[in-house]
Design a binder for this molecule. Sequence first.
Ligand code: NCD
Length: 318
Amino acid sequence: MKNDFYNKSYISIDQITSKEQVMSLFAVANTMEKHVLSGKVYEPLKGMCVAVLFYQPSTRTFTSFSAAAKRLGAYVIGLNEMNSFSSAAKGESLEDTIKAIHQTTGANAIVIRHPDDNSSEVAAGASYVPVVNGGSGKKEHPTQALLDLYTIYRKFGRFNNLHIAMVGDLKFGRTIKSLSKLLTVVGEKITITFISPKELRAPKELIKELKEKGVTISQKSQFGHVLEEVDVVYMTRVQKEWFEKEGKMEEYERLKLKFILEQKHVDKMKKESIVMHPLPRVGEILLEVDNDPRAWYFKQMRSGLYVRMALLKSILLK
Ligand code: NCD
């Protein structure tokens, strides 16, 4: 199968332009799953080095990228306190840091998470080797979108005719932006219901773009009867850090738990539907939901390992 990812940075979901691209990556992810579950050594990236540089907190993305590279045999330089312990704290530019990391480590690829919306473009522009966006500001989380879509594919085996409710902080949250755009590339007859307090609505430009690409969109500020209809409820956390930055903590306190998914809500959902969340959750899905077979947010994380293995392998090997 054609490998469109080879030797390229992956910084934006807009780089995914065809269903074939996604399906060929998912085929690799599927093979990665088999390798992981076999427990046998599989080291196609032996001798290579991947640097994982995080300027924002992370559990899943950091560990799954690091584990993905290590499981493929690559040597990993993982730095998750870039903001406080790298030369960024002395005022070094991102461009210089990226060049430095390549020189000092010989990294063949660099994964970066950073609070600036355009950080991955800047890093890729300065880098001698491919850069992968592990989350940039409020704008993009293109590998999360792939793992979310892989999860949807594992559950439904299709992308057409899906109705997804995206709930929570649709203004600051980056995951819903990347996932909703990706859905337009792979699926037909997609319906997205955005549910949020009015202060945290999805950006107008995003809604416009999705509509132009044929998605049926509605925006609500209550669950109403949507839960009965959807295939996926995609919950998100209200992004405290951005309220802090803007000095709006009172607003955060007021909005943080406007949408809480309880068992009584899940009980209304179709038997075949699922609940997703990029995690971390901070109260917006009650623990009582975890044992419901529709709770897929833990399985969703494992998709991250397989998809990130597939992506790193595709970028680093022909
Ligand atoms: C998300 C992120 O960083 O955008 N987390 C993740 O990567 N799984 C979601 C969030 O932090 O709310």
